[in-house]
Design a protein. Structure first.
Length: 179
């Protein structure tokens, strides 16, 4: 039986069909990723990943709506990329700055000022009521969600917000008054 007489075979993702989809949807997919603040050069890689995944499905199952499947695959590629960033904390990496990171850029005065600032922040934290300090550290240092902290401590999220505002204001005023 020829492939043109079998509708299932006609829907398989052969090279010609992938090329056609890439021409028609490549720029749409690139914009999809760009709207999610992905750098331009990485957008191209993610678009390529979408089509690689699509090619990997060739002959496995027929897909009625290739365009819909393409966008669903793009969403999966984006979610995988986002999980990878979070797992590696790539969004928190800092570019190397020779002045800031080299030993020559660190003066004795700068080290002393940094130690004083840290001590002032610790003193400000220690001046807070125990529960406010605990909430502040759980949310800001440990990265816990306010909802989870509220549940753990038997408080409302609104109460957690008030403790966080109190702590932030106190620490800001303490550090701001030192200048």
């Amino acid at each position: 039986m020829s492939s043109s007489s079998n509708p299932k075979e006609a829907k398989a993702f052969d090279a010609e069909r992938l090329d056609d989809l890439a021409r028609r949807y490549g720029s749409i997919l690139k914009r999809y990723f760009a709207r999610r603040n992905v750098p331009s050069d990485l957008c191209d890689d993610l678009v390529q990943d979408v089509f690689t995944r699509l090619a990997g499905r060739a002959g496995k199952n027929d897909i009625e709506n290739a365009e819909g499947y393409l966008m669903q695959t793009a969403s999966s590629v984006w979610n995988d990329h986002w999980r990878k960033i979070k797992r590696r904390r790539e969004d928190e990496n800092v570019e190397f700055d020779e002045f800031v990171h080299s030993p020559e850029g660190i003066s004795v005065q700068r080290v002393i000022e940094s130690r004083e600032a840290i001590q002032m922040a610790l003193d400000a934290l220690n001046e807070l009521p125990v529960k406010t300090r605990q909430i502040y550290l759980m949310c800001r240092l440990d990265g816990a969600k306010r909802k989870d902290v509220a549940k753990k401590l038997g408080l409302t999220v609104s109460s957690i917000d008030k403790h966080l505002m109190t702590a932030t204001k106190h620490i800001g005023l303490t550090l701001g008054s030192s200048k």
